[in-house]
Structures are given as C-alpha cells and as structure tokens.
Design a protein around this ligand. Structure first.
Ligand SMILES: *Cc1c(COP(=O)(O)O)cnc(C)c1O
Length: 354
C-alpha cells in the first residue's frame, strides 16, 4: 500500500503560473506545473511520483497506440470561500475508473494512488484553481497499456497519470441535436459503459457528419432499431414530459453512468420531482411533443454540467424547444452550483476537501 506521504514530489524550479491569467481559459488547453505518474510492472504499481508536467517518452510499438487499452476520467475541483481546494465526488470517479479498467482488462488503480495522489497533486498546484465564479480546475486521470510488443494480448505493463487543467466557465451553447440512425456508439455486451478512449474515437465521424448539416451533436440510439435513446454526444440525456423527468436506464450497459447524471437525479428527487430511469423510444418523444407535453430536453456531464437542447431532429420531424422555459434544468443547475459554492448544505458530502 502506498500512503500519500510516500509519494515523492519533485517540484518545478519556476512555476508557469506567473505567465498565465486564470480567467476565461478555454477547456483543457493549459496545464498546471505538476503531474502524477505511476507505472504498473510485474503485477504491481511502482514508481509513483509527482513531478513537473512534461512530455512522455514512448516506444512506437506502445500497445495502447495499436490496440487501444486506454481509459480516463474527468473531475472538477473548485476553491471554496475560505480558499480551500474541494473536489466534486472524486470517489465516484475513482470507482468508475476501476469499472472501466475491469472491462478493458486493465489493472485497478488503488485508492492510495488515485485519491491520495490526486489530493497531494492538487494541494501542490492549489494556486492554479481559479477563484472565480464558474471557473474550475479540470482533473484528468488516465491509464494506458505500455508493453512494447505487437502481439495481441492484454498488456502486462501500464502507465497511470493525473494531469490538471485550469478552466473558465463552459458556456453550454443551446444544442441542435440530430437523432443518429446509422452509426452506433454502444451495443449490449460492448464497452459503452466504460470511459475508454475508443468510444470517443468511434463517435467522431457521426458528430462531424451531423455538424456538416448544421447540428452540434448526435443523440445516440440503440444498435438494432436506432429508436431507443442512449446519450447525447458524450453526455447523458434527460427529458421532461408533463412535469415528470425521464432519463435512459443503465441496465443494458450501453450508457456511461455519469456522476452528473446521478447528481441531477438525486437533486431533482429531493426537490420532489418524479424521475424515471427506463428505456425511452423516439416515437414516444415525438408523440409527447405532438401533444405539447415534451417540455425540456438537456444533456448532463462534468464539463458543461447542464447543456440545454433547443432542437431535436429525427428524420424530417423537428422538435423545437424554448430553452428560456426550462424550469427543471435551470433549478437543478442552480442547486448544483449552490452546493458547489457552499451556499447550500452539502447533505450528501459531495464536496471533498483536499
Ligand atoms: C464522461 C461521460 C459522460 C458524463 O459523465 P460525468 O461523470 O457526468 O462527467 C456521459 N457520457 C459519456 C459517454 C461520457 O464519456
């Protein structure tokens, strides 16, 4: 077991912080002074350290580049009113990371490295957390296979890293969404529920084609009928029909179990709204829309938190929404911000002090 105090720290000589203004930075473009790096060799995690953010030296035969054992997480840290660093629900991401690892036949990363390492890294780069409303420090833990070998087999060596990126407010532009009828993101028995790099690689062409005809993202549907709704782009999706909230259920393993999704469901239920997790068909949505009962549609994820949908298109049927009349999405967004900023009691202990 590696306790946090055992992780050696090699500090930078000069912080890059002097050359950067932490306001309105674009998502994921700038990185802090340090990173965490650990190697899995001979069946155990070794050489864990925090060091200056720097390039990696890798072999061209690196297994991850050829066979895609690569997973990641996305988490946000904030500064509270007293200037402390707080992380939003890191244990949920930690558990999900190891769920992804299991599916991709990769070793688990122990809490002592994932959580304690993250904690120590953030404590070190704490001054990089913008103390500005809606700004955050985006945390990217990731792992990939590192065998130097072209034979197809699960790699025996892996690298785990955590890098940190200060980020400005993510303006969730109201989205125009095309219901995907040709490409498939995930099928039962596949890897849709794991946060692996290949899911992103496999989704880009569909998104690019949707963008060519004026849409921002696709709404993924099931592999067989292309009618059962899954996720919107790389976000979970919610609908409000007649005051009741619906989101696709997780059972089939085709949907990523978003931490934001879970937070949204929890907050809405506490507000007394009924939330149903179940299979949702596009025909059902169109019917509700026709009757004037489909009131809201929005995506949820760590980067944007809540992203309203202003248009949803299935074949030639276009559903339009007035996103200024999204009371449910607005209320949940505000409640999550209040919990984050300490204006509301954190009853679930979602905010984890570094
Ligand atoms: C990361 C991700 C989400 C959102 O999960 P959060 O934990 O809320 O950030 C949703 N769908 C996919 C495919 C994802 O990769």
């Amino acid at each position: 077991m590696i306790a946090a105090f055992d992780i050696p720290v090699h500090k930078v000589e000069h912080s890059k912080l002097r050359d950067i203004v932490l306001e309105n930075l674009p998502f994921g473009k700038y990185f802090t002074d340090h990173m965490l790096e650990a190697d899995y060799v001979d069946g155990e995690w070794k050489s864990v350290s925090i060091k200056p953010y720097q390039p990696l030296e890798l072999e061209p035969s690196l297994a991850a580049l050829h066979y895609g054992q690569a997973i990641f997480e996305g988490i946000k840290a904030y500064k509270d009113q007293d200037g402390n660093a707080v992380i939003f629900r890191p244990y949920d991401n930690f558990r999900r990371f190891n769920t992804s690892a299991l599916r991709m036949n990769m070793p688990e990363v122990p809490e002592e490295i994932f959580i304690e390492g993250m904690r120590k890294l953030i404590a070190l780069d704490k001054n990089w957390i913008p103390a500005i409303k809606d700004h955050s420090l985006y945390i990217r833990p990731f792992m990939f296979s590192t065998d130097h070998m072209l034979g197809v087999r699960p790699s025996q060596t892996y690298k785990f890293l955590i890098i940190l990126s200060p980020t400005g407010p993510y303006y969730a532009k109201p989205m125009k969404i095309l219901v995907e009828e040709h490409y498939t993101r995930a099928a039962p028995g596949g890897v849709g529920f794991s946060k692996n790099a290949g899911n992103y690689g496999g989704s880009m062409l569909a998104t690019t084609e949707a963008q060519k005809i004026g849409y921002d993202q696709v709404l993924w549907t099931d592999a067989f009928e292309h009618k059962w709704l899954q996720e919107v782009g790389m976000m979970n999706v919610f609908f409000v029909i007649n005051g009741k909230v619906f989101t696709p259920s997780l059972e089939e393993g085709t949907i990523l179990a978003g931490v934001t999704r879970d937070s949204v469901i929890t907050v809405l239920r506490e507000k007394g709204l009924e939330v149903e997790e179940r299979r949702i068909n596009i025909d059902e949505l169109m019917e509700a829309y026709g009757k004037g009962q489909l009131q809201e549609a929005f995506g949820t994820g760590t980067a944007a938190v809540i992203a309203p949908i202003k248009e949803l298109r299935y074949k030639d049927f276009i559903m339009e929404f007035d996103i200024n009349k999204f009371p449910v999405a607005t209320a949940v967004k505000e409640q999550l911000a209040a919990i984050r900023e300490g204006r509301e009691t954190d009853v679930h202990q979602w905010m984890f002090k570094v």
